[in-house]
Design a protein around this ligand. Structure first.
Ligand SMILES: [Zn+2]
Length: 414
């Protein structure tokens, strides 16, 4: 064995177990594994689960707030304008350093699977992508990081972006992104979605987009996206993020669209840091900036949650990259009050996110990839309640963080 986690408490059983790991895989799960291994972790009866998954973050934008002007209105459009100013000055090294810092934070919190958006537009070209690709290379022993080519400024309202999107896929982006609501008119939003699906088919990639990130019930690109995915046969390979406008729809229209989302086997990611500006133009009562989480889950839709932004033009002060903190916010925003619902919340932070990244083997089972986290709590709901420390984090069969801090990467070998 390369590694043994001893005295681990699993979610699905009452007794404690040892977990034996070799060659990056879980080899044995038993009440007691005799002998020793190259490395050992004593979980001491604490919760041991598949690692956390961060399916929606912006590593290129993170940690830029200190260099940006203050957003006095807190409206989305001003954040976009601020980030336009900030990203003009990006260099590959600057982006790489900030992205590396945030990946280290994520790994310390127990995240080992990451999907990050990276802006691709006529302002930054491929500079942000090159920077995050460099960070991914630096952190390749710590976490599996996938990058989404993201046309934040729109495709048809930022001429030249269509060509840049193709170049981004050639340069190493893994997933085709989109922002159809950025377009000036609905017919262009539909063309934007069709373009993304066409690019995805050409490169055989998944699609993940920011969809209807608005309180406007007239934002209806989720409907077009679901239909386009069904027609393209891209079932299960499409993900819609935010979809806050869905919460503003009339209940009958919302039910119709949710049925299409389920039919497309479209994943949904909710981002509760959006609470900071949900319903920003409402007087009172004020909407919360999240989607219909419980209705989507009830319809059988795979729903995960993510951090989105950390100390950038969208969220200048807050953000740690800790899924327990983000989940705590979501529990209140989506009204997850029972212990059973907190189990669902934890699934959203782990296995549901892994399903989006199409890693269904993300489990504590013999034969599964050894990516896991030891959380200093006796149960999932106590982990959220106490924001419990992470004692150890394992990626690809090796301990990559202890007590919240990344280990010396050089000790991990090749
Ligand atoms: Zn986002």
């Amino acid at each position: 064995m390369d590694l043994i986690i001893r005295n681990a408490r699993l979610r699905q059983r009452d007794d404690l177990v040892d977990i034996g790991i070799a060659g990056g895989r879980i080899e044995v799960i038993a009440p007691r594994i005799d002998g020793s291994a190259g490395d050992e972790v004593d979980a001491a009866g604490h919760l041991t689960t598949p690692s956390f998954v961060e399916p929606h973050i912006h590593l290129d934008k993170a940690l830029t707030a200190a260099r940006a002007r203050e957003n006095t209105s807190n409206v989305f459009e001003e954040s976009i304008a601020i980030m336009r100013e900030v990203k003009k000055a990006y260099t590959v090294e600057d982006v790489a350093d900030r992205a590396t810092q945030v990946i280290h934070w994520l790994v310390g919190h127990g995240v080992t699977l990451v999907r990050s958006y990276v802006d691709v537009d006529t302002i930054v070209g491929l500079t942000a992508l090159e920077g995050v690709l460099a960070a991914r290379e630096r952190c390749r022993r710590l976490a599996h990081v996938e990058l989404i080519a993201f046309p934040q400024e729109g495709i048809w309202c930022d001429p030249g972006t269509d060509e840049l999107m193709g170049r981004a896929m050639e340069a190493g982006a893994d997933v085709v992104g989109g922002m159809p609501f950025a377009e000036m008119i609905e017919s262009d939003s539909v063309r934007h979605i069709d373009f993304a699906l066409e690019l995805a088919r050409r490169y055989d990639r998944d699609v993940q987009m920011h969809i209807d990130e608005s309180d406007d019930p007239g934002a209806r690109t989720l409907h077009a996206y679901a239909v386009a995915a069904i027609r393209a046969g891209w079932h299960g390979r499409v993900t819609a993020d935010h979809v806050t406008a869905l919460a503003a729809y009339d209940d009958n229209y919302a039910a119709r669209v949710i049925a299409l989302v389920a039919r497309a086997r479209m994943n949904v990611i909710t981002l509760p840091t959006k609470l900071m500006r949900g319903g920003i133009r409402d007087k009172e009562p004020r909407r919360r900036g999240i989607t219909r989480v419980k209705e989507l889950l009830a319809a059988g839709v795979n729903v995960a949650y993510g951090q989105d932004v950390i100390q950038d033009g969208f969220l200048p002060v807050f953000g740690t990259g800790d899924p327990l903190q983000v989940g705590f916010l979501l529990a209140f925003a989506a009204q997850f009050s029972s212990r059973a619902s907190i189990e669902t919340l934890y699934d959203m932070a782990t296995v549901n996110g892994a399903r989006i990244m199409r890693r269904p083997e993300h489990a504590i089972e013999v034969g599964a990839a050894a990516d896991l986290v030891v959380v200093k709590a006796p149960s999932v709901h106590e982990a959220y309640r106490t924001q419990a420390p992470r004692l150890a984090v394992v990626h690809d069969g090796r301990v990559v963080a202890r007590n919240g801090r990344v280990v010396d990467v050089s000790s991990l070998g090749s």
